[in-house]
Write a protein that binds this ligand. Structure first.
Ligand code: TYM
Length: 409
Protein backbone atom coordinates (compact mmCIF):
# COMPACT_ATOMS: atom_id res chain seq x y z
CA UNK A 1 0.00 0.00 0.00
CA UNK A 2 1.29 3.50 -0.80
CA UNK A 3 1.40 6.27 1.84
CA UNK A 4 -1.59 7.81 0.07
CA UNK A 5 -3.63 4.59 0.22
CA UNK A 6 -2.83 4.10 3.92
CA UNK A 7 -3.85 7.70 4.69
CA UNK A 8 -7.10 7.28 2.77
CA UNK A 9 -7.96 4.05 4.54
CA UNK A 10 -7.29 5.65 7.93
CA UNK A 11 -9.41 8.69 7.05
CA UNK A 12 -12.23 6.50 5.84
CA UNK A 13 -12.23 4.23 8.88
CA UNK A 14 -11.44 6.63 11.72
CA UNK A 15 -12.52 10.06 10.54
CA UNK A 16 -10.71 12.84 12.37
CA UNK A 17 -9.18 12.98 15.83
CA UNK A 18 -10.43 15.43 18.45
CA UNK A 19 -7.51 17.86 18.09
CA UNK A 20 -7.35 17.70 14.28
CA UNK A 21 -8.17 20.79 12.23
CA UNK A 22 -11.47 20.45 10.43
CA UNK A 23 -10.91 20.68 6.67
CA UNK A 24 -13.55 19.43 4.27
CA UNK A 25 -15.50 20.98 1.38
CA UNK A 26 -18.02 22.54 3.79
CA UNK A 27 -16.04 23.41 6.93
CA UNK A 28 -12.60 24.80 7.57
CA UNK A 29 -11.70 25.47 11.17
CA UNK A 30 -8.67 25.28 13.43
CA UNK A 31 -8.53 25.45 17.23
CA UNK A 32 -5.05 26.91 16.94
CA UNK A 33 -4.64 30.74 16.87
CA UNK A 34 -2.02 30.45 14.11
CA UNK A 35 -4.54 28.61 11.91
CA UNK A 36 -4.48 25.29 10.08
CA UNK A 37 -1.41 23.09 10.56
CA UNK A 38 -0.77 22.37 6.88
CA UNK A 39 2.17 20.01 7.45
CA UNK A 40 -0.06 17.85 9.61
CA UNK A 41 -2.75 17.97 6.93
CA UNK A 42 -0.31 16.68 4.30
CA UNK A 43 0.39 13.67 6.52
CA UNK A 44 -3.28 13.09 7.30
CA UNK A 45 -4.37 13.34 3.66
CA UNK A 46 -1.33 11.41 2.33
CA UNK A 47 -0.37 14.09 -0.22
CA UNK A 48 3.18 15.39 -0.84
CA UNK A 49 4.81 18.69 0.02
CA UNK A 50 5.88 20.93 -2.87
CA UNK A 51 9.60 21.20 -2.17
CA UNK A 52 12.53 23.14 -3.62
CA UNK A 53 13.56 20.22 -5.82
CA UNK A 54 10.15 20.05 -7.48
CA UNK A 55 10.12 23.82 -8.02
CA UNK A 56 13.62 23.69 -9.53
CA UNK A 57 12.41 21.00 -11.94
CA UNK A 58 9.36 23.10 -12.80
CA UNK A 59 11.61 26.08 -13.59
CA UNK A 60 14.08 24.03 -15.60
CA UNK A 61 11.37 22.43 -17.75
CA UNK A 62 9.15 25.44 -18.33
CA UNK A 63 11.82 28.15 -18.35
CA UNK A 64 9.49 30.15 -16.07
CA UNK A 65 10.20 31.33 -12.55
CA UNK A 66 7.59 29.58 -10.38
CA UNK A 67 4.59 31.79 -9.55
CA UNK A 68 5.00 33.64 -6.23
CA UNK A 69 2.22 31.44 -4.82
CA UNK A 70 4.44 28.42 -5.45
CA UNK A 71 7.59 30.14 -4.15
CA UNK A 72 5.80 31.30 -0.98
CA UNK A 73 4.21 27.94 -0.18
CA UNK A 74 0.65 29.14 -0.90
CA UNK A 75 0.34 26.21 -3.28
CA UNK A 76 2.04 23.89 -0.83
CA UNK A 77 0.94 20.32 -1.54
CA UNK A 78 0.45 18.09 -4.56
CA UNK A 79 -0.37 14.64 -5.82
CA UNK A 80 1.62 13.39 -8.82
CA UNK A 81 2.81 16.78 -10.11
CA UNK A 82 5.97 14.92 -11.16
CA UNK A 83 3.93 12.80 -13.56
CA UNK A 84 2.48 15.94 -15.16
CA UNK A 85 5.99 17.40 -15.51
CA UNK A 86 7.18 14.12 -17.08
CA UNK A 87 4.38 14.41 -19.63
CA UNK A 88 5.28 18.00 -20.39
CA UNK A 89 8.93 16.98 -20.80
CA UNK A 90 7.91 14.25 -23.25
CA UNK A 91 5.63 16.59 -25.21
CA UNK A 92 2.52 14.62 -24.13
CA UNK A 93 -0.73 16.50 -23.52
CA UNK A 94 -2.63 17.09 -20.31
CA UNK A 95 -5.41 19.42 -19.26
CA UNK A 96 -6.38 21.60 -16.33
CA UNK A 97 -9.62 21.21 -14.40
CA UNK A 98 -11.01 23.39 -11.63
CA UNK A 99 -14.43 24.60 -10.49
CA UNK A 100 -16.71 26.74 -8.43
CA UNK A 101 -19.88 26.13 -6.47
CA UNK A 102 -21.74 29.35 -7.30
CA UNK A 103 -23.37 30.28 -4.01
CA UNK A 104 -23.27 34.07 -4.09
CA UNK A 105 -23.84 36.83 -6.61
CA UNK A 106 -20.17 37.69 -6.49
CA UNK A 107 -17.07 35.66 -5.74
CA UNK A 108 -14.62 36.75 -3.02
CA UNK A 109 -10.87 37.26 -2.99
CA UNK A 110 -10.21 33.70 -1.78
CA UNK A 111 -11.98 32.27 -4.82
CA UNK A 112 -9.61 34.17 -7.08
CA UNK A 113 -6.66 32.05 -5.93
CA UNK A 114 -7.31 28.84 -7.92
CA UNK A 115 -8.59 30.74 -10.95
CA UNK A 116 -5.72 33.23 -11.18
CA UNK A 117 -3.33 30.34 -10.69
CA UNK A 118 -4.98 28.21 -13.40
CA UNK A 119 -4.85 31.13 -15.78
CA UNK A 120 -1.10 31.37 -15.16
CA UNK A 121 -0.66 27.59 -15.60
CA UNK A 122 -2.65 27.71 -18.83
CA UNK A 123 -0.23 30.33 -20.12
CA UNK A 124 2.87 28.43 -18.98
CA UNK A 125 1.84 25.03 -20.33
CA UNK A 126 -0.45 26.09 -23.18
CA UNK A 127 -3.11 23.50 -22.33
CA UNK A 128 -6.92 23.31 -22.33
CA UNK A 129 -8.83 24.22 -19.18
CA UNK A 130 -12.24 22.94 -18.12
CA UNK A 131 -14.16 24.77 -15.40
CA UNK A 132 -17.13 23.14 -13.69
CA UNK A 133 -19.85 25.28 -12.10
CA UNK A 134 -21.54 23.00 -9.58
CA UNK A 135 -24.87 24.80 -9.44
CA UNK A 136 -26.41 21.37 -8.76
CA UNK A 137 -24.26 21.09 -5.60
CA UNK A 138 -25.39 24.51 -4.41
CA UNK A 139 -29.05 23.78 -5.21
CA UNK A 140 -28.72 20.66 -3.01
CA UNK A 141 -26.76 22.14 -0.11
CA UNK A 142 -28.07 25.70 0.01
CA UNK A 143 -31.71 25.05 -0.75
CA UNK A 144 -31.64 27.35 -3.78
CA UNK A 145 -34.13 26.93 -6.59
CA UNK A 146 -32.68 25.29 -9.68
CA UNK A 147 -33.35 28.50 -11.63
CA UNK A 148 -31.52 30.71 -9.12
CA UNK A 149 -28.57 28.31 -8.97
CA UNK A 150 -28.19 28.49 -12.76
CA UNK A 151 -28.36 32.29 -12.62
CA UNK A 152 -25.52 32.31 -10.11
CA UNK A 153 -23.47 30.11 -12.42
CA UNK A 154 -23.76 32.72 -15.14
CA UNK A 155 -22.92 35.51 -12.73
CA UNK A 156 -19.87 33.72 -11.38
CA UNK A 157 -18.76 32.74 -14.89
CA UNK A 158 -18.25 36.47 -15.55
CA UNK A 159 -15.87 36.75 -12.58
CA UNK A 160 -14.01 33.65 -13.79
CA UNK A 161 -13.71 34.89 -17.36
CA UNK A 162 -12.45 38.24 -16.02
CA UNK A 163 -9.41 36.35 -14.67
CA UNK A 164 -8.23 36.25 -18.30
CA UNK A 165 -8.68 32.66 -19.50
CA UNK A 166 -7.95 32.10 -23.17
CA UNK A 167 -11.31 31.62 -24.94
CA UNK A 168 -9.73 29.33 -27.53
CA UNK A 169 -8.66 26.84 -24.83
CA UNK A 170 -11.27 27.17 -22.09
CA UNK A 171 -14.61 25.45 -21.60
CA UNK A 172 -16.84 26.56 -18.70
CA UNK A 173 -20.02 24.63 -17.93
CA UNK A 174 -22.98 24.66 -15.56
CA UNK A 175 -23.78 21.13 -14.33
CA UNK A 176 -27.51 21.80 -14.39
CA UNK A 177 -27.41 22.88 -18.02
CA UNK A 178 -24.63 20.86 -19.55
CA UNK A 179 -24.78 17.32 -18.19
CA UNK A 180 -28.23 16.57 -19.60
CA UNK A 181 -26.95 17.16 -23.12
CA UNK A 182 -23.65 15.29 -22.73
CA UNK A 183 -24.21 11.50 -22.48
CA UNK A 184 -20.47 10.80 -22.17
CA UNK A 185 -20.35 12.86 -18.98
CA UNK A 186 -23.36 11.06 -17.52
CA UNK A 187 -21.94 7.68 -18.48
CA UNK A 188 -18.74 8.48 -16.57
CA UNK A 189 -20.78 9.55 -13.54
CA UNK A 190 -22.42 6.12 -13.56
CA UNK A 191 -19.06 4.36 -13.99
CA UNK A 192 -17.79 6.22 -10.93
CA UNK A 193 -20.97 5.69 -8.88
CA UNK A 194 -20.65 1.93 -9.40
CA UNK A 195 -17.19 1.97 -7.79
CA UNK A 196 -18.04 3.82 -4.55
CA UNK A 197 -20.02 2.26 -1.71
CA UNK A 198 -22.32 4.10 0.71
CA UNK A 199 -19.87 3.27 3.49
CA UNK A 200 -17.01 4.87 1.59
CA UNK A 201 -18.92 8.01 0.76
CA UNK A 202 -19.96 8.31 4.43
CA UNK A 203 -16.33 7.91 5.49
CA UNK A 204 -14.92 10.37 2.96
CA UNK A 205 -17.56 13.09 3.21
CA UNK A 206 -19.16 12.51 6.60
CA UNK A 207 -22.69 12.05 5.21
CA UNK A 208 -25.28 10.71 7.65
CA UNK A 209 -28.34 8.50 7.30
CA UNK A 210 -30.68 11.50 7.18
CA UNK A 211 -28.87 13.35 4.42
CA UNK A 212 -30.83 13.56 1.16
CA UNK A 213 -29.65 11.10 -1.46
CA UNK A 214 -28.84 14.10 -3.66
CA UNK A 215 -25.81 14.74 -1.43
CA UNK A 216 -24.78 11.11 -1.37
CA UNK A 217 -24.82 10.84 -5.15
CA UNK A 218 -23.18 14.21 -5.84
CA UNK A 219 -19.44 13.41 -5.48
CA UNK A 220 -19.19 11.49 -8.80
CA UNK A 221 -20.47 14.63 -10.55
CA UNK A 222 -17.42 16.55 -9.34
CA UNK A 223 -15.16 13.58 -10.12
CA UNK A 224 -16.31 13.08 -13.73
CA UNK A 225 -14.49 16.11 -15.25
CA UNK A 226 -11.19 14.60 -14.02
CA UNK A 227 -11.62 11.95 -16.75
CA UNK A 228 -11.09 13.28 -20.25
CA UNK A 229 -13.71 11.08 -21.95
CA UNK A 230 -16.37 13.22 -20.20
CA UNK A 231 -15.61 15.82 -22.89
CA UNK A 232 -15.62 13.98 -26.23
CA UNK A 233 -15.88 17.29 -28.14
CA UNK A 234 -12.49 18.30 -26.67
CA UNK A 235 -10.59 15.04 -26.33
CA UNK A 236 -12.47 12.57 -28.56
CA UNK A 237 -11.98 9.27 -26.70
CA UNK A 238 -8.35 9.81 -25.69
CA UNK A 239 -7.23 9.19 -22.11
CA UNK A 240 -5.57 12.48 -21.28
CA UNK A 241 -4.01 13.20 -17.88
CA UNK A 242 -5.65 15.86 -15.75
CA UNK A 243 -4.19 18.39 -13.29
CA UNK A 244 -6.54 19.95 -10.72
CA UNK A 245 -5.51 23.12 -8.87
CA UNK A 246 -7.77 23.94 -5.89
CA UNK A 247 -7.63 24.76 -2.18
CA UNK A 248 -7.13 21.65 -0.06
CA UNK A 249 -10.80 21.61 1.12
CA UNK A 250 -11.74 19.98 -2.21
CA UNK A 251 -9.31 17.08 -1.75
CA UNK A 252 -11.93 14.53 -0.55
CA UNK A 253 -13.55 14.58 -4.01
CA UNK A 254 -10.26 13.84 -5.64
CA UNK A 255 -9.08 11.21 -3.16
CA UNK A 256 -12.22 9.41 -4.28
CA UNK A 257 -11.51 10.13 -7.97
CA UNK A 258 -7.95 8.80 -7.65
CA UNK A 259 -9.17 5.66 -5.97
CA UNK A 260 -11.69 5.03 -8.75
CA UNK A 261 -9.46 6.02 -11.72
CA UNK A 262 -7.59 2.74 -12.34
CA UNK A 263 -10.83 0.78 -11.94
CA UNK A 264 -12.42 2.67 -14.83
CA UNK A 265 -9.23 2.57 -16.89
CA UNK A 266 -8.04 6.15 -16.44
CA UNK A 267 -4.87 7.81 -15.13
CA UNK A 268 -5.26 9.21 -11.62
CA UNK A 269 -5.84 12.98 -11.72
CA UNK A 270 -2.92 15.01 -10.34
CA UNK A 271 -3.51 17.81 -7.85
CA UNK A 272 -2.06 21.10 -6.71
CA UNK A 273 -3.41 22.20 -3.32
CA UNK A 274 -3.39 25.71 -1.93
CA UNK A 275 -3.72 26.88 1.64
CA UNK A 276 -6.77 29.01 2.48
CA UNK A 277 -7.02 32.73 2.07
CA UNK A 278 -7.99 33.47 5.67
CA UNK A 279 -11.06 35.30 6.96
CA UNK A 280 -10.73 38.96 7.98
CA UNK A 281 -11.29 37.86 11.58
CA UNK A 282 -8.14 35.73 11.69
CA UNK A 283 -6.36 32.63 10.43
CA UNK A 284 -8.50 30.07 12.31
CA UNK A 285 -10.89 29.82 9.39
CA UNK A 286 -11.11 30.55 5.67
CA UNK A 287 -12.71 33.48 3.93
CA UNK A 288 -16.26 32.40 3.25
CA UNK A 289 -19.01 33.79 1.04
CA UNK A 290 -21.66 32.92 3.62
CA UNK A 291 -19.99 35.14 6.27
CA UNK A 292 -20.12 38.50 4.51
CA UNK A 293 -18.01 40.25 7.15
CA UNK A 294 -15.25 37.66 6.74
CA UNK A 295 -14.79 38.47 3.08
CA UNK A 296 -13.90 41.09 0.51
CA UNK A 297 -16.15 40.47 -2.47
CA UNK A 298 -15.08 41.16 -6.02
CA UNK A 299 -17.92 43.69 -6.34
CA UNK A 300 -16.98 45.62 -3.18
CA UNK A 301 -16.25 49.33 -3.73
CA UNK A 302 -12.89 50.91 -2.85
CA UNK A 303 -14.58 52.43 0.19
CA UNK A 304 -16.01 49.10 1.35
CA UNK A 305 -12.59 47.49 0.99
CA UNK A 306 -11.01 50.22 3.10
CA UNK A 307 -13.71 50.09 5.78
CA UNK A 308 -13.78 46.30 6.05
CA UNK A 309 -10.01 46.10 6.44
CA UNK A 310 -9.77 48.97 8.89
CA UNK A 311 -12.68 47.70 10.95
CA UNK A 312 -12.32 43.91 10.86
CA UNK A 313 -8.80 42.79 9.83
CA UNK A 314 -7.41 40.84 12.77
CA UNK A 315 -4.25 42.44 14.12
CA UNK A 316 -1.09 40.68 15.24
CA UNK A 317 0.03 43.89 16.94
CA UNK A 318 0.22 44.76 20.62
CA UNK A 319 -2.47 46.64 22.54
CA UNK A 320 -0.61 49.95 22.79
CA UNK A 321 1.82 51.69 20.44
CA UNK A 322 4.49 51.66 23.17
CA UNK A 323 4.16 47.93 23.67
CA UNK A 324 4.14 47.33 19.94
CA UNK A 325 7.37 49.30 19.52
CA UNK A 326 8.93 47.29 22.38
CA UNK A 327 7.63 43.76 21.61
CA UNK A 328 6.88 43.89 17.86
CA UNK A 329 3.95 42.36 15.96
CA UNK A 330 3.16 38.77 14.99
CA UNK A 331 3.02 38.32 11.19
CA UNK A 332 1.81 34.74 11.53
CA UNK A 333 -1.60 35.86 12.77
CA UNK A 334 -1.83 39.38 11.37
CA UNK A 335 -4.40 39.26 8.58
CA UNK A 336 -3.08 42.31 6.72
CA UNK A 337 0.36 40.75 6.52
CA UNK A 338 -1.09 37.33 5.60
CA UNK A 339 -3.18 38.83 2.81
CA UNK A 340 -0.16 40.73 1.51
CA UNK A 341 1.68 37.41 1.14
CA UNK A 342 -1.01 36.50 -1.41
CA UNK A 343 -1.35 39.75 -3.30
CA UNK A 344 1.83 41.81 -2.91
CA UNK A 345 4.07 40.41 -5.62
CA UNK A 346 7.19 42.40 -4.73
CA UNK A 347 9.31 39.97 -2.63
CA UNK A 348 11.60 42.72 -1.33
CA UNK A 349 8.81 44.97 -0.13
CA UNK A 350 7.09 42.03 1.56
CA UNK A 351 10.29 41.17 3.41
CA UNK A 352 10.73 44.81 4.50
CA UNK A 353 7.20 44.77 5.90
CA UNK A 354 7.77 41.46 7.68
CA UNK A 355 10.96 42.65 9.32
CA UNK A 356 9.57 46.08 10.18
CA UNK A 357 6.36 44.72 11.69
CA UNK A 358 8.12 41.99 13.65
CA UNK A 359 10.57 44.54 15.06
CA UNK A 360 7.75 46.92 16.03
CA UNK A 361 8.90 49.62 13.60
CA UNK A 362 5.75 49.27 11.48
CA UNK A 363 2.32 49.54 13.12
CA UNK A 364 -0.82 47.56 12.26
CA UNK A 365 -2.43 50.71 10.80
CA UNK A 366 0.49 51.08 8.40
CA UNK A 367 0.22 47.45 7.28
CA UNK A 368 -3.51 47.93 6.74
CA UNK A 369 -2.84 51.02 4.62
CA UNK A 370 -0.35 49.08 2.49
CA UNK A 371 -2.87 46.26 2.04
CA UNK A 372 -5.67 48.66 1.08
CA UNK A 373 -3.37 50.23 -1.52
CA UNK A 374 -2.67 46.79 -3.02
CA UNK A 375 -6.26 45.53 -3.01
CA UNK A 376 -8.20 48.58 -4.19
CA UNK A 377 -6.54 48.72 -7.65
CA UNK A 378 -6.54 44.92 -7.95
CA UNK A 379 -10.30 44.70 -7.35
CA UNK A 380 -11.00 47.79 -9.51
CA UNK A 381 -9.05 46.23 -12.41
CA UNK A 382 -11.03 43.01 -11.97
CA UNK A 383 -14.31 44.97 -12.00
CA UNK A 384 -13.23 46.77 -15.14
CA UNK A 385 -12.42 43.49 -16.95
CA UNK A 386 -15.67 41.94 -15.69
CA UNK A 387 -17.75 44.86 -16.99
CA UNK A 388 -16.50 43.99 -20.48
CA UNK A 389 -17.66 40.37 -20.21
CA UNK A 390 -20.99 40.45 -22.02
CA UNK A 391 -23.63 37.70 -22.00
CA UNK A 392 -22.48 36.87 -25.53
CA UNK A 393 -18.89 36.34 -24.33
CA UNK A 394 -20.14 34.06 -21.52
CA UNK A 395 -22.09 32.04 -24.09
CA UNK A 396 -18.92 31.52 -26.14
CA UNK A 397 -16.94 30.18 -23.17
CA UNK A 398 -19.86 27.97 -22.19
CA UNK A 399 -20.56 26.35 -25.53
CA UNK A 400 -19.24 22.77 -25.91
CA UNK A 401 -16.71 22.88 -28.72
CA UNK A 402 -13.45 21.64 -30.12
CA UNK A 403 -10.61 23.50 -28.36
CA UNK A 404 -8.11 22.71 -31.10
CA UNK A 405 -6.41 20.17 -28.91
CA UNK A 406 -4.73 17.15 -30.50
CA UNK A 407 -5.18 14.15 -28.22
CA UNK A 408 -2.70 11.31 -27.66
CA UNK A 409 -3.69 7.89 -28.84
P1 TYM B 1 -16.07 26.70 -3.98
O1 TYM B 1 -17.01 27.50 -4.78
O2 TYM B 1 -16.33 26.53 -2.52
O3 TYM B 1 -14.64 27.30 -4.16
C1 TYM B 1 -14.09 27.54 -5.45
C2 TYM B 1 -12.59 27.32 -5.41
O4 TYM B 1 -12.01 28.24 -4.50
C3 TYM B 1 -11.30 27.56 -3.49
N1 TYM B 1 -11.51 28.34 -2.27
C4 TYM B 1 -10.52 29.00 -1.66
N2 TYM B 1 -9.20 29.08 -1.95
C5 TYM B 1 -8.44 29.80 -1.12
N3 TYM B 1 -8.93 30.44 -0.02
C6 TYM B 1 -10.25 30.39 0.30
N4 TYM B 1 -10.72 31.04 1.36
C7 TYM B 1 -11.11 29.64 -0.54
N5 TYM B 1 -12.44 29.35 -0.53
C8 TYM B 1 -12.65 28.56 -1.60
C9 TYM B 1 -11.88 26.17 -3.44
O5 TYM B 1 -10.96 25.22 -2.95
C10 TYM B 1 -12.19 25.93 -4.90
O6 TYM B 1 -11.02 25.50 -5.57
N6 TYM B 1 -17.35 21.97 -5.09
C11 TYM B 1 -16.53 23.10 -5.49
C12 TYM B 1 -16.62 23.43 -6.98
C13 TYM B 1 -15.79 22.52 -7.86
C14 TYM B 1 -14.39 22.41 -7.87
C15 TYM B 1 -14.08 21.44 -8.86
C16 TYM B 1 -13.38 23.04 -7.13
C17 TYM B 1 -16.28 21.67 -8.81
N7 TYM B 1 -15.25 21.01 -9.42
C18 TYM B 1 -12.76 21.12 -9.15
C19 TYM B 1 -12.05 22.69 -7.43
C20 TYM B 1 -11.76 21.73 -8.41
C21 TYM B 1 -16.89 24.33 -4.68
O7 TYM B 1 -17.97 24.44 -4.17
O8 TYM B 1 -15.88 25.27 -4.65
Amino acid sequence: MSAEEIAIEKLTLNGIAEDDDIVDPWNVHSKNDAGIDYDKLIKRFGSSKIDEELLARFEKLTGRKPHHWLRRGIFFSHRDLNIILNMYEQGKPFYLYTGRGPSSESMHLGHLIPFMFCKWLQEVFDVPQVIQLTDDEKAIWKDLTIEDAIKMSYNNAKDIIACGFDLRKTFIFSDLEHIGSNPAFYQNMIRIQRCVTFNQVKGIFGFGDSDPIAKISFPPTQAAPAFSSSFPFIFTNAKVNCLIPCAIDQDPYFRMSRDVAPRIGFPKPALLHSIFFPALQGPKTKMSASESNSAIFLNDSAKQIKNKINKHAFSGGQTTVEEHRRLGGNCEVDISYQWLTFFLEDDERLEQLRKGYTAGEILTGELKKELIEVLQPLVAAHQDRRSKVTDEVVKQYMSPRDLGFIPQK
